[in-house]
Design a binder for this molecule. Structure first.
Ligand SMILES: [Cu+2]
Length: 262
């Protein structure tokens, strides 16, 4: 399935769950194909069976048994059980189960905030102290979309990438992105990772994934958000843990969060 999807323009899967999503898309299409063939067969059968030649006089009474009603109710009940009993709980489980670290800063999930704004994506990591600087909503601006309080000591070492500056993520390590928006509704979309989540002002919605391929990727916006929607992008790079550590240390020392906004 992945090969067919790639021929149709889908980028090669680059996260641990991407293959599962591709397989899922494949199964849905196979199911739709089976339904299509089944219904088309039924349609042709109906055309043949109720043709004018075999039925010169129309029958206005129609079906008398209640069988079809019971069948319809049965199908609706089975679908309701599948949806409410299985699909929704399983999906909620998959989405809500955040990866938990074991206390090792090298292998624990890396957490960051992602902020959409017209028309850019911004990223904010806690610095080496593991603490994100205080954020004041009313202080948020184009240059400081996270509203980081420069006076807070915890903000001094934060790593912040704004105004289109690319950010980095370590390969083969869980990432938890808390997605938000500064203005209108955007949607965080990374096709190669098979990740998508709406960015809603006033909400912080977590998504988690594990990138498995080193390379350059693009966050696009999947929610029409204004005149610059089509050019709204956020570049990021998935790199080895060593390269990530080097970049992170440099960015943090350069005075990420706090200093640049004083
Ligand atoms: Cu947008």
């Amino acid at each position: 399935m992945t090969e067919i999807l790639q021929k149709l323009g889908m980028p090669a899967p680059a996260s641990s769950h991407a293959q599962g999503i591709d397989d899922f898309i494949g199964y849905i299409h196979l199911l739709m194909l089976a339904l299509f063939i089944g219904w088309m067969g039924y349609y042709v059968l109906a055309l043949f069976r109720f043709r004018k030649g075999a039925n010169p006089k129309a029958d206005y009474t129609g079906v008398k048994s209640s069988m079809s009603t019971y069948l319809e109710i049965g199908v609706a009940l089975i679908e309701a059980v599948l949806l409410v009993g299985f699909a929704i709980p399983l999906w909620a489980h998959a989405v809500d189960e955040m990866p938990v670290g074991k206390g090792d800063p090298k292998t624990d999930p890396i957490e960051l905030q992602i902020m959409g704004m017209q028309f850019k994506w911004n990223a904010h990591f806690a610095g080496p102290d593991g603490k994100m600087g205080r954020q004041i909503q009313t202080e948020a601006s184009q240059g400081n979309p996270f509203g980081i309080d420069a006076k807070d000591p915890a903000a001094k070492d934060d790593v912040v990438c704004v105004a289109g500056e690319p950010f980095k993520l370590p390969v083969n390590r869980e990432a938890i992105c808390r997605i938000s928006s500064m203005d209108v509704i955007h949607s965080f979309k990374v096709a190669a990772l098979r990740v998508g989540q709406d960015a809603i002002p006033g909400m912080s919605i977590p998504v988690h994934f594990k990138p498995t391929k080193i390379g350059k990727f693009v966050v696009t916006c999947a929610q029409l958000c204004g005149s610059g929607h089509s050019v709204m992008r956020g570049d990021f790079e998935v790199v080895s843990q060593e390269d990530f550590d080097k970049w992170f240390a440099e960015k943090s020392k350069a005075g990420g969060g706090g200093n640049s906004f004083e």
